[in-house]
Ligand binder design. Sequence first.
Ligand SMILES: [Fe+2]
Ligand SMILES: [Fe+2]
Length: 266
Amino acid sequence: MITIKELEKFITGKTGDKGFGIDEGRIFGLTKERFEKVVVCWMATVEAIEFAVKNNADTIICHESLFLPYNAPLKFFQESQKDFMSWSTNAKRIQLLARNNIGVIRVHGNMDKFTILDAYIKQLDLGKIAHRNDEKFYRIVEFPPVKLEKMALKIKNKLKLERVLVIGEKNKKVSRGGLIWGGLGLFCNIDFIESMISLECNVLIGGESDEYAMQYIKDSGVSAIITSHMLSENEGIKVFSRILAEEFKNKLKVLYFENILPYSQL
Ligand SMILES: [Fe+2]
Ligand SMILES: [Fe+2]
């Protein structure tokens, strides 16, 4: 068994943060502070919770928000709709968690800094990191000039995706890539996108994006390769689960649950 405090101390010891962020730590359940069998996953979806139930886990450590609206319990972001816990998916997740006495702990920015970003760069074999800033979540990679199309196909293969979205002239050569992994390519994170552009990246590598942001990127003249939010983070979450299992090997059982895309393509 370990405590949430022990978990926090271990993770922030690696990232250098003072403690868990405002959106991290216990999100749901756990009358006690101790836990002994965890499922680590990208998001505590209904499938992930069912996996935890089947495996008698007492806790889920996830990277993403358990409820929508995003970060609903936090007035820091906005006043939440008062009935958000009764919303369809939220209620279903709550019911499954409560019925099976499973707690949820979220590790967000600290997991990005600890494993997710670097694991994604390694998974895509993107070359050497030319610029990094942990506090701002920046990673910029440099590589010999390569056609955008070739780079996009390489990423598509590495992630075993059915498709990637490409912004920019496919024959144009790119050589300096700014990582906009996870959801940082969405228009709600346009300031992050802009910071990558201002740091002279000629290609942005996602992560997911939406048409608002993709149009903005296109007009800027910078190229981009858009993949998937979940699949750009899964590898780092798997790495995190392995490190956690190793660190607490006599005290904690760790199972990794791989979230899969919530849609199919026709
Ligand atoms: Fe993330
Ligand atoms: Fe994310």
